[in-house]
Structures are given as structure tokens and as C-alpha cells.
Design a protein around this ligand. Structure first.
Ligand code: NI
Ligand code: MN
Length: 230
């Protein structure tokens, strides 16, 4: 069985796992790189890393239209309830939710988390997706480099999704250090080029990944899909 994933721009991804569609941080409306429309994108499950507007994005509208449950922190879940979204699965750092087609574990991330109206969003999260046939994906969320990425690497990550845009998250230099700690087979850059302050030279990043780490970079244009087989 294969897992495929599509970059929807910024930190938004859709994952096709076992015939189901998982959306991660679906920020589409107002996202200059958006490669999907919040009005018609399909979702079976939505996962949120933290409350910032460029991550919670269109979660309310997509969940209400599709009925997809939202995996989030309790603080974000309480906020979603106030917006009329009641189908939430709330968990916190270190917890795992088994959705059947995928298991989702929340990991630490070093960042902040507030909702668009200023409400506190709890701690920011990264996540490990465990798909059938032992395929493991690590979505770092918005984070700085941290040494415990080595523990995440001990889980034998197939594909890591790392921010490289700098300013709000780690930049290219720290992403190279992160890859050395995580030791994934493949690495996907995210959270860059969305706005002028986040512009990065992604081909230079890919060259450095090839030269300085054991991972293979996967550089997407928004809308591109990659299929990974175990
Ligand atoms: Ni953020
Ligand atoms: Mn962000």
C-alpha cells in the first residue's frame, strides 16, 4: 500500500492513506500558494498543529461541510466548539489517536499557539503519522530546532516535513541540523515562499540536503503530489 501526499501551499498538506483523505493545517483561503479550494476539498479527518491563522485556516468551514473530525489540542477544541465545530478529537503532547487508517501522535514543537481572536491555543504540536505497512511520516509543524528530534528519529521516519522559511520557524541552516537528528529517508520543505519574508532558495536547500545529510529532498510546487511506497 502506498501513501501519497499533496502540498497545498505553506504548511497545508493532504494525505491519501488507505483510501481516506487527511488534511493537515488546511490554510487555503488567503494563502497565496493555495493549491486547493476550501469550498470543495474533500476531508475524512483534519489535524491541526497549532492555532495560528496560517494553520487553523479553513478548518471550521471544511469540518462543517464535510463532517470531518478535527484532531487538536483541548484549547483549540474549545475554541472550535464556540465556532460551531463539535466533532473534535482532543489530545495533548505525547498522546496518540488511532483513526483506523492512520495513527497520529502529537510531539513537542517549540513555537507559540494562539487562535485568530487571540484566545490561547495550548502548546504547539508536531505529529507522527503511522500508516499501514509501517510507513511513518513526521510533520514538524512550526518549530525551532530541538535536540529531542533525535528521539523522533528513533521511530525510523520515512518522510519528514520541515519548515525552512525562517523568521517564525527554523530556517535552512537549522533544518539541515534537524535532518541529521531525525534521519528520515526523504524530507519535504514547507512554510516558505508564501510571503516575501519567508522566501528561501529551495534549490540551494536541496543541494545542502544531498551533500550534508543522508536524506533525499523532495521539492514540490504547490499542487504537486508524491507517492511513497514502503
Ligand atoms: Ni505559527
Ligand atoms: Mn505558521
Amino acid at each position: 500500500m502506498a501513501v501519497s501526499f499533496t502540498w497545498l501551499g505553506h504548511a497545508a498538506f493532504s494525505f491519501k492513506i488507505d483510501g481516506k483523505q487527511l488534511l493537515c493545517d488546511p490554510f487555503l483561503t488567503g494563502n497565496p500558494l493555495a493549491a486547493a479550494d476550501a469550498n470543495n476539498i474533500h476531508a475524512d479527518l483534519i489535524v491541526i498543529s497549532h492555532g495560528h491563522g496560517d494553520h487553523i485556516g479553513d478548518t471550521v468551514a471544511i469540518s462543517q461541510r464535510t463532517g470531518a473530525a478535527v484532531v487538536c489540542t483541548p484549547e483549540i477544541g474549545n475554541w472550535l466548539h464556540k465556532q460551531g465545530v463539535h466533532n473534535t478529537i482532543q489530545m495533548n503532547t505525547g498522546g496518540t489517536y488511532d483513526a483506523g487508517f492512520v495513527r497520529i501522535k502529537y510531539t513537542i514543537a517549540f513555537h507559540t499557539s494562539s487562535l485568530p481572536d487571540g484566545s490561547y491555543g495550548g502548546e504547539p504540536m508536531g505529529m507522527i503519522f503511522s500508516a499501514p505497512e509501517g510507513i511513518k511520516l513526521y510533520f514538524a509543524g512550526d518549530t525551532a530546532l530541538f535536540g529531542d528530534m533525535a528521539l523522533i528519529g528513533d521511530e525510523e521516519i520515512d518522510v519528514a516535513f520541515l519548515p525552512i522559511g525562517d523568521l517564525f520557524t527554523m530556517g535552512i541552516d537549522d533544518s539541515i541540523k534537524a535532518i541529521k537528528l531525525i534521519r528520515p529517508r526523504f524530507v519535504v520543505p514547507m512554510h516558505y515562499n508564501t510571503y516575501p519574508p519567508l522566501v528561501q532558495n529551495v534549490s540551494e536547500w536541496a543541494t545542502r540536503v544531498n551533500n550534508e545529510t543522508s536524506a533525499t529532498p523532495i521539492v514540490f510546487d504547490p499542487g504537486d503530489t508524491y507517492t511513497f511506497s514502503a
